[in-house]
Design a protein around this ligand. Structure first.
Ligand SMILES: C[S@@+](CC[C@H](N)C(=O)[O-])C[C@H]1O[C@@H](n2cnc3c(N)ncnc32)[C@H](O)[C@@H]1O
Length: 197
């Protein structure tokens, strides 16, 4: 891909938490961090000047994510908390939120009406991917941070939720996925949009 060719990056990379679902499913590269710095360096390169990246991340590896974003050249300009109505895990605390940083390359213009930085979490049931994000959570981010008709990149696209949300919002979605099963799910969802979204 050409440098400076992408309008917005919306991504949900492995959280570096050795995730295992109740049925034993794991996420590729969730147990190692060697990919983190090179991946965000590439993302920075691909973004147009003065544009945004929203990245979900694992709170227990926040230091590693922040170091990689800073090293790539991103500025952290916002933080979003998605509030869950249920606990997805329970240990010292009940896990009742997901989180993402709003990262800027350069100095993008301020939005006319900023999104709130606390939003309700929509649970997907994880039927298409063990950590499937909801289109209802992704769509407002695409509307806010990508121009109409613009290109949205998700280099860790899993089952293709970002691509479906981008297409539904009148943007062009480009996805990259390592795991062939998830790649097939993403391709199926995009190719049958309106039927299987
Ligand atoms: C947290 S999941 C994304 C789930 C997605 N948001 C969804 O709604 O389905 C992260 C994905 O990154 C993929 N992945 C891990 N390492 C990768 C790499 N080097 N290149 C591309 N994809 C990778 C994993 O296979 C996994 O599907």
């Amino acid at each position: 891909m050409a440098s400076g060719s992408v309008d917005f990056i919306l991504t949900d990379p492995p959280y570096l938490c050795r995730y295992k679902s109740r049925s034993g499913q794991t996420i590729a590269n969730d147990d190692r961090d060697g990919w983190l710095e090179p991946a965000f360096a590439e993302m920075y390169q691909l973004l147009k000047p003065d544009s945004f990246c929203v990245s979900f991340y694992g709170w227990n590896a926040a230091d590693k994510f922040i170091a990689a974003w800073r090293k790539a050249g991103f500025q952290m300009v916002g933080h979003i908390v998605f509030r869950k109505s249920y606990a997805s895990a329970s240990r010292f605390l009940e896990s009742r939120h997901e989180q993402a940083y709003l990262l800027a390359k350069g100095r993008p213009a301020l939005p006319a009406s900023p999104l709130p930085d606390v939003m309700d979490w929509h649970y997907t049931g994880n039927r298409l991917h063990p950590t499937q994000k909801s289109i209802n959570n992704l769509r407002p981010l695409i509307h806010a941070f990508c121009r109409e008709g613009g290109i949205v990149l998700d280099p860790f696209c899993g089952s293709g939720s970002t691509l479906v949300a981008a297409r539904g919002a009148g943007r062009v979605g480009i996805g990259i996925e390592l795991d062939e099963r998830h790649q097939a799910t993403a391709a199926f969802r995009v190719n049958t949009l309106g039927v299987a979204a």
